[in-house]
Design a binder for this molecule. Structure first.
Ligand code: SAH
Length: 242
């Protein structure tokens, strides 16, 4: 009778919240995305109804079909978990699903998750803010309807780290626009693919090269001085201080 929107975290099941894991273990039905790792789904009851609504080419589940499915499961079962990669409200359309459930009179709640926007860079040892290097961080999607509207030109700011989700396909245009907007083409870049999974891989480069990097989705792109940092360097600095 309650649908919980639960953040699965960035990959590794250990990075889920305790509340999220408890709900997952109790759920009668679970509706999940493609990004959710098998190790997370293993926390579910053996007899739970599992529905994969991941958007894979050739098998498209529209958002309205997902909303309808959540409403009908919410009416049928005691505990339904809508499991989303990272945090449910960061590019997860979680807000839209809550509105649809609310309109249908289905009780719902939301459990935050560790977003890949921050955990992705961290997997590569990159702090997204760092004194003297980055005063803050901007998180955006690279999957915009129109790539040619100069959106990324307006995001060029050497004082901030830029974290781009869903940016692999548009990486060349993103780099061009940021350089046109005034960022140096030598600005450090890091791409973290499948962070916190067994397939994790980190590529470091500079903005000029971003378009030609051999990287695949799902990936986090970090652009800014912090992208050159790694935990190893931070530790080296620490030991130089002591
Ligand atoms: N709600 C999610 C984001 C959903 S959008 C969150 O908070 O993390 C999907 C995008 O998230 C992917 O295209 C990719 O850019 C990013 N992403 C999610 N999990 C990731 C992971 N483990 N490694 C790299 N990128 C990831």
């Amino acid at each position: 009778m309650t649908v919980y929107l639960v953040g699965a975290g960035p990959g590794d099941a250990d990075l889920m919240t305790v509340r999220g894991a408890r709900l997952l273990a109790a759920a009668d039905a679970i509706v999940h995305d493609r990004l959710v790792e098998r190790s997370v789904l293993d926390l579910a009851r053996r007899d739970a109804e599992l529905v994969d609504v991941g958007k894979v080419p050739g098998r498209f589940t529209s958002q309205s079909m997902i909303n309808d499915l959540l409403v009908s499961l919410g009416r049928r079962y005691d505990t339904v978990v809508r499991l989303k990669g990272g945090d449910p409200f960061v590019f997860g359309r979680g807000g839209e699903e809550m509105i649809a459930l609310g309109r249908a009179g289905v009780v719902c709640d939301v459990v935050p998750g560790v977003t890949s926007a921050f955990a992705g860079p961290l997997a590569a040892g990159i702090p997204v803010t760092h004194r003297g290097l980055s005063r803050g961080v901007t998180v955006v999607t690279g999957h915009t309807e129109r790539h040619d509207d100069g959106y990324f030109r307006r995001l060029a700011n050497p004082e901030l780290s830029l974290v781009v989700l869903m940016g692999v396909a548009a990486r060349s245009s993103i780099a061009t626009q940021l350089i046109q907007g005034g960022l140096s083409d030598e600005t450090p870049v890091a791409v973290i693919e499948s962070a916190w999974t067994t397939r994790e891989s980190v590529t470091r480069s500079v903005l000029r090269e971003l378009g030609s990097l051999d990287v695949a989705s799902p990936a986090i792109i970090v652009i800014g001085p912090c992208a050159a940092l790694s935990v190893r360097e931070l530790l080296a600095e620490t030991s130089a201080l002591v």
